[in-house]
Design a protein around this ligand. Structure first.
Ligand code: PLP
Length: 452
C-alpha cells in the first residue's frame, strides 16, 4: 500500500528533487536576502506566515495597476473587471477544498472566520442577524447547551468560543491532550452529547504537528447533532483537503500561511448552513434592502462580506492557490515530510532536546516544536531563538498562541520550526548545527536527558 499524506487518505507524491527545490526557491524573492551580518536567511517560520512567490506579488500589483476599483459597487469598466477577477478568485480558492464558489466567504484571516461563526451563534440566540425559521435553530445557543473544543487549539479557535459561552450562558468543554500530544479520545463519549451544539477543533496542531482524525470526529459529532467547525490553518497549505470527504460543516484558514497575501482569509460552509446562519459584520455590500426601520440581507456569500472587499488580496490568494496546486500538494506533503523526519532524526540524537508531539513525521504536519533541557535545567525558548536568529535562522518561540496546550505539556514555551515547499535538507542541518551552540552558550549540563 502506498503511504498516504497524513490524515487525508491522499497518496504522497514524490518529494521534490534538489533541482526542483532550487527552482521553487527562485520563485520567492525574499529568500535571496541576507540577515544578521550577511547570513543567508533560513526561514523556518512558515507556520506563522509563509513567504510569497512572484506570481502572488505580480497578481496583486496588476490589480492595483490595471483594475483597482471597489468591486461589486461601481457601474464602470474598472469595477466590472475587478468584480470579475474577485469572483474568479473565489472559484479558484473554492477548488482548493473541493467546494463550489458560493460556499466560500472571504474574511480578513482565520481568526475573523472563526469569530464570524461564533458571533453568528450568539446573534441567532438574540433573534438578530436575519436568523429566522427552523434552519437557524442550529445556531441558537443558551444555558444548558455546550460548545466542545480541544486543549490543543490555537487561541483563535478557543477565545471566540469562550466569549460565545460568556455571552449566551452556554458551557465550554474541551477534549484533553495525552502526554504524546494526541487528543484523548477516551473522553469523547462523555464530552460529546446531545447538549453539544458545536464541536470546533484543529485539523493539524500548530505546536504538536498532530494531525487529528477529522472524519472520525465529524461522524461522532454529527451523531449527536452537533455542527463541526474545522480550523484548517495548518493543514490547507500542506495537505490536500476535500470538505466532502472530511464531512465538516464549516472550515477556516488564512491566506497568508498558504503563500498568499496578508489580510485575506477564508470561511467555507455548507450552502444550506450559510443560508441559515445569522450575519456578523453589517453595513454596505451585504444588504438586499434597507429602510430606516430595518434591513434584509443579500444571499451568501455576500451577506457575510460587509464593506469594500479586499479584492487585491483575494486575487493574490487565488494566484497562490494556483501556484501551490501546480507544485502538487501530494509532492509538497512528501517534501515537507522528508524535512520533518530529518529534523526529528537530528533532534533524537541530541538528548538535551525534547520534542513535543507525535514521534514520527507520518503522524505530523510540517511542524516540530521542542524544549532544550538537561540535568534538571532548561534554556528558555527565547534564548534558543536568539542563538538561532544570530545564525540567520527564523523560528518561532513562545507559546505560539496555544497557552493552555503548553500548560498541559508542563512547559512555559517551546521553539518551533515549520516547513514549506521552499525549505531544504541543508537548512535542517544549519538549524541542527546552530542548536548545538545552545548548551555551551547557556552552561546546560548536556549528556543527560531529563525525563518528560
Ligand atoms: N489556527 C491555527 C492552528 C493557527 O496556526 C493560526 C495562526 O497561527 C490561527 C488559527 C490564526 O490564524 P490568523 O492569525 O491568520 O487568523
Amino acid at each position: 500500500m502506498s503511504p498516504t499524506a497524513a490524515g487525508t487518505g491522499a497518496p504522497y507524491g514524490e518529494p521534490f528533487t534538489d533541482e526542483e527545490v532550487t527552482a521553487i526557491r527562485g520563485d520567492f524573492p525574499i529568500l535571496t536576502r541576507t540577515v544578521r551580518d550577511g547570513r543567508p536567511l533560513v526561514y523556518l517560520d512558515s507556520g506563522a506566515t509563509s513567504q510569497k512567490p512572484w506570481v502572488v506579488l505580480a497578481a496583486e500589483q496588476e490589480f492595483y495597476e490595471r483594475h483597482n476599483s471597489a468591486v461589486h459597487r461601481g457601474a464602470h469598466q474598472l469595477s466590472e473587471e475587478g468584480t470579475g477577477l474577485y469572483e474568479a478568485a473565489r472559484e479558484i480558492i473554492a477548488g482548493l477544498v473541493g467546494a463550489p464558489a458560493h460556499e466560500v466567504v472571504f474574511t480578513k484571516n482565520a481568526t475573523e472566520s472563526l469569530n464570524l461563526v461564533a458571533y453568528a451563534f450568539s446573534n441567532a440566540g438574540a433573534g438578530g442577524g436575519g436568523a429566522t425559521g427552523a434552519a437557524a435553530d442550529r445556531f441558537r445557543i443558551g444555558p444548558g447547551d455546550e460548545v466542545l473544543v480541544t486543549q490543543m487549539e490555537h487561541h483563535a479557535n478557543l477565545v471566540p468560543w469562550q466569549e460565545l459561552c460568556r455571552r449566551t450562558g452556554a458551557t465550554l468543554r474541551w477534549v484533553p491532550v495525552t502526554a504524546d500530544g494526541l487528543l484523548d479520545l477516551t473522553t469523547l463519549d462523555e464530552l460529546l452529547t446531545e447538549r453539544t451544539k458545536v464541536f470546533a477543533f484543529t485539523h493539524v496542531s500548530n505546536v504538536l504537528g498532530t494531525v487529528n482524525p477529522v472524519r472520525e470526529l465529524a461522524d461522532r459529532a454529527h451523531a449527536v447533532g452537533a455542527l463541526v467547525v474545522l480550523d484548517a490553518c495548518q493543514s490547507a497549505p500542506h495537505l490536500a483537503i476535500d470538505v466532502a470527504e472530511l464531512d465538516v460543516d464549516l472550515l477556516a484558514f488564512s491566506g497568508h500561511k498558504l503563500f498568499g497575501p496578508l489580510g485575506i482569509g477564508v470561511l467555507w460552509g455548507r450552502a444550506e448552513l450559510l443560508d441559515a446562519m445569522p450575519v456578523f459584520l453589517t453595513g454596505g455590500s451585504m444588504i438586499e434592502t434597507v429602510t430606516m426601520e430595518g434591513s434584509t440581507y443579500a444571499p451568501v456569500p455576500q451577506k457575510f462580506e460587509a464593506g469594500v472587499p479586499a479584492a487585491a488580496q483575494a486575487i493574490g490568494l487565488a494566484a497562490a492557490v494556483q501556484y501551490l496546486t501546480e507544485l502538487g500538494l501530494d509532492r509538497v506533503a512528501a517534501h515537507e515530510r522528508r524535512l520533518t523526519q530529518a529534523l526529528l532524526d537530528g533532534l533524537a540524537q541530541r538528548p538535551w532536546v525534547r520534542v513535543v508531539g507525535p514521534a514520527g513525521a507520518e503522524e505530523r504536519g510540517a511542524t516540530v516544536a521542542f524544549v532544550v533541557e538537561a540535568g534538571g535545567e532548561s534554556v528558555h525558548a527565547h534564548d534558543v531563538g536568539q542563538v538561532l536568529d544570530d545564525a540567520g535562522i527564523a523560528v518561532r518561540v513562545g507559546h505560539h498562541c496555544a497557552w493552555p496546550l503548553h500548560r498541559a505539556l508542563g512547559v512555559t514555551a517551546t521553539t518551533r520550526a515549520t516547513f514549506a515547499a521552499y525549505n531544504t535538507l541543508d537548512e535542517v542541518q544549519v538549524l541542527l548545527d546552530a542548536l548545538d551552540r545552545v548548551p555551551a552558550t547557556f552552561g546546560l549540563p548536556v549528556g543527560e536527558k531529563v525525563a518528560s
